[in-house]
Structures are given as C-alpha cells and as structure tokens.
Design a binder for this molecule. Sequence first.
Ligand code: SF4
Ligand code: SF4
Length: 90
Amino acid sequence: MKITLGTVTHPGGSRVNKTGSWRTASKPRFNHQACVACDVCALVCPEGCIFGTGQNTYYANEDYCKGCGICAEVCPVHDIEMIPEAGEDG
Ligand code: SF4
Ligand code: SF4
C-alpha cells in the first residue's frame, strides 16, 4: 500500500490573504472617545490588522479585517463598536 504524505507549505498570512472582499456584514468602528491605548484590540485581532500609536489613534485596515468583532468584545472601555458594512455614515 502506498501512503502519500503532504503538508501545506505556504498557508499564507494575513498580509497575503486579503479578507476585505468577504468580510462579514459588520466592521469595527473605532470611536476615539475613551481609548486608553491598552493595545488589547491589536493583540487579539486574528488578522493583525489593527494599528495605533496612542490614545484614540487605533484603526483597522479594512482590506484585511474579516468582521469577527473580537476587538469590540475585548475593548475594556467599549470604544469599538461593530457597525453594518454599509453603515459608515458618521
Ligand atoms: S473585527 Fe476582527 S478582524 Fe476586524 S479588526 Fe476587529 S478583531 Fe480584527
Ligand atoms: S482595546 Fe480599546 S482602549 Fe485598548 S487600544 Fe484598543 S480601542 Fe483603545
């Protein structure tokens, strides 16, 4: 019997796999009102697409965000909310 072993050698990281085109119906909005720059949102984002350098500067690169909502869940001051994909009107 012949057994063939295989592996995925190039799984692709977030920078390769743009997710913006298939994101869920929601995306995060960073309100920049109460952010304490704890960096937790950036640390837990599975796509590594949240960036910031201080209070009220954090944002998500929507080309890579998949809309999972984890960032909004973990923000200790509730400064991130998930909004409908087409609802960015302020
Ligand atoms: S919704 Fe998910 S993928 Fe998008 S920025 Fe937040 S944690 Fe990252
Ligand atoms: S989790 Fe909330 S308070 Fe912490 S850096 Fe992100 S937006 Fe700011």
